[in-house]
Design a protein around this ligand. Structure first.
Ligand SMILES: Nc1nc2c(ncn2[C@@H]2O[C@H](COP(=O)(O)OP(=O)(O)O)[C@@H](O)[C@H]2O)c(=O)[nH]1
Ligand SMILES: [Mg+2]
Length: 280
């Protein structure tokens, strides 16, 4: 029987294997306890996030649901230079201005989960659409890595991505990758370690100055948000959304649930679960 690795589409090859669940099956990867740093893995759907996750963690994943949601939460761990990293494979998201439950989960973790590093996986064949999320992330943090995945597909289609120029323009580490064949993984690891340890710092791309009047209102709303949610990261971002009337942020702020539900339980998935993670 040929073991399949699955393709993120509910692959059941491993479940039907007679070795499934057997204690004799070697489970690669680390436990997620006692990590030095937390990495958020973000990106549009189908950019290869789970492939990157699996390549970094050696397939072992811990899964559960995000509290109060039916969205799958998948985590794993890996080491770089003796430091231990916990990585959260976020659901696919096109934007931090969320439209769906999946996007809300990703948004909340990036904004309020205090990740030490946010890796944004982008598709080299559709850069324009994908960079939207990368830019939004760089608006709120100087701790990000942009992984330009599917470089092999881009090459096949005759698309050339100048990742060096992109890195200069973004002021962030940009790593060209073909994650399915492991290309670019050592560079990704180095960038993650550099950002986590503070030797690499991204240039923040702040939201434009909105003029004295709006800025004054924004400052007042930010203050009110912080009074209600002391220590909430990215309160100005929240204030901006409230000013715009972003329905999901308004709802969460009203319900007192802003930034809640980030730290649900994750459990060890059975040994058979060597397929890409449930998050898309
Ligand atoms: N050609 C190519 N395909 C890839 C690469 N990385 C991932 N894929 C494929 O892209 C599809 C989506 O990958 P997946 O990791 O599930 O993406 P996710 O939705 O972002 O988690 C899968 O069929 C992968 O095998 C890559 O570097 N090159
Ligand atoms: Mg996925």
């Amino acid at each position: 029987m040929r073991l399949r690795r699955g393709s993120g589409d509910g692959d059941s090859g491993c479940q039907s294997c007679p070795m499934a669940g057997s204690a004799a099956v070697h489970r690669p990867g680390l436990s997620i306890e006692g990590c030095d740093y937390v990495v958020a893995l973000a990106g549009n759907p189908n950019t290869g996030k789970s492939t990157v996750f699996n390549a970094l963690t050696g397939l072992r994943q811990h899964v559960g649901n995000w509290p109060g949601k039916t969205v799958v939460r998948a985590e794993g761990a890996f080491r770089i230079d003796g430091k231990k990293f916990r990585i959260v494979d976020l659901p696919g998201a096109y934007s931090l201005l969320s439209n769906s439950s999946d996007e809300e989960v990703a948004r909340d973790f990036i904004l309020f989960g205090r990740p030490d590093v946010t890796v944004v996986v982008v598709d080299a064949t559709t850069m324009e659409r994908n960079l939207n999320l990368a830019l939004q992330v760089l608006e709120i943090t100087d701790r990000a890595v942009v992984a330009v995945n599917l470089m092999d597909e881009a090459e096949r289609k005759g698309i050339r991505v100048d990742t060096r120029a992109l890195g200069r323009d973004l002021g962030a580490p940009v790593v060209p990758m073909a994650a399915r064949s492991g290309l670019g993984l050592p560079e990704l690891r180095a960038a993650i370690l550099g950002v986590a340890s503070g030797t690499i710092q991204c240039r923040i791309h702040p939201a434009p100055d909105l003029g004295a009047e709006v800025e004054a209102s924004l400052a007042r709303i930010t203050e009110a948000v912080l009074a209600e949610y002391p220590g909430l990261p990215n309160a100005r971002w929240v204030a901006l959304r409230l000013l715009e009337g972003d329905p999901s942020v308004v709802r969460e702020a009203r319900n007192g649930t802003l930034g809640d539900g980030l730290h649900g339980h994750v459990v060890d998935e059975p040994a058979a679960a060597a397929a890409p993670t449930g998050a898309s």
